[in-house]
Design a protein around this ligand. Structure first.
Ligand code: CTP
Ligand code: MG
Length: 186
């Protein structure tokens, strides 16, 4: 039981830089779009107005800052974890978030976001319209792939992270719908 709680906490810890990187552009983004307004050979925008340079840079910056905070906090959190579980090397690997790892998670998250946007335009989904897999998982998976040379979490963390990410999207969309901020509950 305590073991399971620790695994979930660490999976969330692992996801923090990518989640922050992916969610901050909506607050601080805007300005010149990455594709500069250009269209692809299919006649549709390469990415669209929703992907801006400032959003990308701010996301990578704040995700990396999150990692700096995490790397400072890790040594203090370890004894708290040890109070109720045996901290294994694979737990410690995730807990001791490094700044380069957080940078790669964040850069990957925003790159995954851009790749998702590119693919959405190619299958003719308009800017801002949803695509389940591309919007909700692309950023986390590309983040993990980019960080993989220096960050190799056990599969259990990746699985929990994917499930949690889908759950958070579902909850935030449902809340947005109930508050009248969104037209659809998905
Ligand atoms: N945003 C930004 N720069 C980015 C990513 C996001 O400025 N690199 C801002 C934009 O204002 C964007 C909002 O955050 O509209 C929401 O982001 P997201 O849902 O990822 O983009 P969408 O508008 O849905 O565009 P797309 O359909 O291309 O994914
Ligand atoms: Mg969107």
């Amino acid at each position: 039981m305590y073991e399971t709680i620790a695994l979930i906490e660490l999976a969330i810890w692992l996801g923090l830089p990518a989640w922050i990187a992916n969610s901050m552009p909506v607050l601080f983004g805007g300005g010149r779009p990455i594709d500069n307004g250009r269209v692809f050979r299919d006649g549709r925008r390469i990415l669209g107005d929703g992907k801006t340079i400032r959003g990308f840079v701010v996301g990578v910056f704040l995700g990396t800052m999150t990692g700096i905070g995490q790397s400072i906090a890790a040594p203090y959190l370890k004894p708290l974890l040890e109070n109720y579980v045996v901290v294994t090397p694979s737990m410690e690997h995730v807990l001791y978030m490094s700044i380069p790892a957080a940078f790669l998670l964040s850069l990957g998250a925003l790159t995954g976001d851009v790749i998702g946007s590119f693919l959405k335009r190619r299958i003719d989904i308009k800017s801002g319209n949803p695509s389940l897999v591309l919007d909700q998982l692309g950023f986390i998976l590309v983040g993990l792939i980019l960080a993989s040379p220096i960050l190799q979490p056990d599969a259990v963390y990746v699985i929990i992270l994917v499930v949690t990410t889908l759950g958070i999207h579902w909850i935030s969309n449902a809340v947005g719908y109930l508050l009248g901020l969104k037209k659809n509950p998905w």
